[in-house]
Design a protein around this ligand. Structure first.
Ligand SMILES: Nc1nc2c(c(=O)[nH]1)N[C@H]1C(S)=C(S)[C@@H](COP(=O)(O)O)O[C@H]1N2
Ligand SMILES: [Mo]
Length: 406
């Protein structure tokens, strides 16, 4: 029996890529042997996450950031939250990767290799805010099942790729195209290869926006494994669940896409407000589209002890889904009075905006800093929890931090 060379070259390459180092004697791994790192993976080092990030679940992997870790204008890999619904695909070979464009509303189904996409279409780069629809879920009462995200399931990285619209136009759409759905290579938790983990989509108008990308780079490098290497759909400003990782296919649909996690109650909220705890029937649930106005104080960190007599600079980000943020204010007197922050323009549409202010604390003691953003339609974040919904989505309540001036 040939005990040696059990791992195929591609498996070995994928393994090495995941570990971030070549398995030096890879060719010597005996048949059936599991590496220590596979049996007891240190998920944080495996996926290059900062030790201060918070693991919410390891099956599937879900990791969130703390507010102060999100201080960078462009979110680096180590502080980017992870939301997986299934298992990371085992075989991730950029060289043989292809994308199939099909569906009833495409003129002629066609497949592109990753290389063809890169060669045949113009590259574009955008800063795109990706927030999980369930960010803030932990605060809802009665509680909603699912990952108990606090505030850290949001990122704004720099994504590079080709426009989905350029590719769709090249392939040709039929008149009746209304939606696209994505298909991905991740593996269902049951291990059943026939089961698709997640296959969500967006209306054709969102698919054809210039910022909607088939991305192959994040922050100037190939997309990290856990964030969708080697190809990802990125549609900023909408619940991040529409930005399919490990992208293998796009179906152009003549109806609202009906893949797994499109059906109620997934990523849907009651079309009209309901009392907390109400059971809502499927026909009264509406698909979440643009994310609501929100902000995050990223500096100082909550719990910081500040020196009295010194003005303090506060800093953070605000974002408003498809819209721009018009204004960010802060309060240090529990909302009695509000002061304006300086607010930057976004680097591009759908990228989050930075705000800053110099806070003058009138004395020593315990203070809270609250931030509240307003979008271009004049809609502000609620001070308290917004509308309860069965799955705990869209909590855009004001971010509050506590500091001591000593
Ligand atoms: N293929 C695939 N794409 C996916 C998911 C997934 O489980 N599988 N999760 C979605 C959800 S719910 C979110 S919030 C984002 C998270 O992206 P990130 O892990 O890169 O931060 O990816 C989306 N795309
Ligand atoms: Mo999500």
């Amino acid at each position: 029996m040939n005990r040696r060379g059990f791992l195929s070259r591609t498996t070995l390459a994928a393994l090495s890529a995941a570990i971030g180092a070549e398995v030096f004697y890879g060719a010597e791994i005996p048949s059936g042997y599991q590496l220590i790192i596979e049996q007891d993976p240190d998920l944080f080092s495996l996926y290059h996450k900062d030790r201060d990030m918070v693991l919410l679940n390891d099956r599937p992997i879900n990791i969130e950031a703390k507010a102060h870790l999100l201080d960078d204008h462009v979110t680096p890999e180590q502080f980017m939250f992870v939301r997986n619904n299934g298992k990371v695909p085992g075989e991730l070979d950029a060289g043989s990767w292809s994308l199939l464009i099909n569906g009833e509303s495409v003129r002629q189904a066609r497949s592109f290799t990753l290389e063809e996409l890169k060669e045949q279409f113009t590259h574009h780069t955008y800063h795109l805010t990706l927030e999980c629809g369930g960010n803030g879920r932990s605060e809802f009462d009665p509680p909603a099942k699912g990952n108990q995200w606090t505030v850290g399931a949001v990122s704004c990285a720099k994504w590079t790729g080709v426009r989905l619209r350029d590719v769709l136009r090249e392939v040709g759409l039929k008149e009746d195209a209304v939606y696209i759905g994505y298909h991905a290579a991740d593996i269902h938790l049951s291990g059943d290869p026939r089961k698709e983990v997640i296959s969500r989509g967006i209306p054709i108008a969102k698919a054809l926006q210039q910022e909607t990308l088939l991305a192959f780079e994040m922050n100037g490098k190939p997309i990290p494994i856990i964030h969708g290497f080697p190809l990802r759909l990125v549609a900023g400003g909408w619940p991040a669940s529409v930005s399919g990782k490990w992208l293998k296919g796009i179906s152009v649909r003549n109806k609202v896409h009906d893949g797994p996690k499109m059906e109620s109650p997934s990523y849907r909220v009651p079309c009209r407000p309901v009392a907390p705890g109400t059971e809502v029937s499927a026909e009264d649930m509406c698909i979440i589209e643009s994310m609501p106005i929100k902000s995050l104080i990223t500096n100082p960190r909550s719990g910081a002890i500040l020196e009295a007599g010194k003005n303090l600079r506060i800093k953070g980000h605000a974002w408003a889904g498809e819209l721009e943020v018009d204004k960010v204010s802060y309060s240090i007197d529990f909302g009695a009075t509000w002061q304006d922050c300086t607010l930057d323009k976004p680097l591009n549409r759908l990228g989050w905006q930075q705000f800053k202010a110099i806070v003058d604390f009138p004395g020593k003691g315990y203070f809270e800093i609250w931030a509240r953003a307003t979008d271009s339609r004049g809609i502000s974040q609620p001070m308290v929890l917004p509308g309860w919904n069965p799955k705990g989505y869209l909590n855009n309540a004001c971010h509050r931090i506590a500091v001591k001036v000593a």
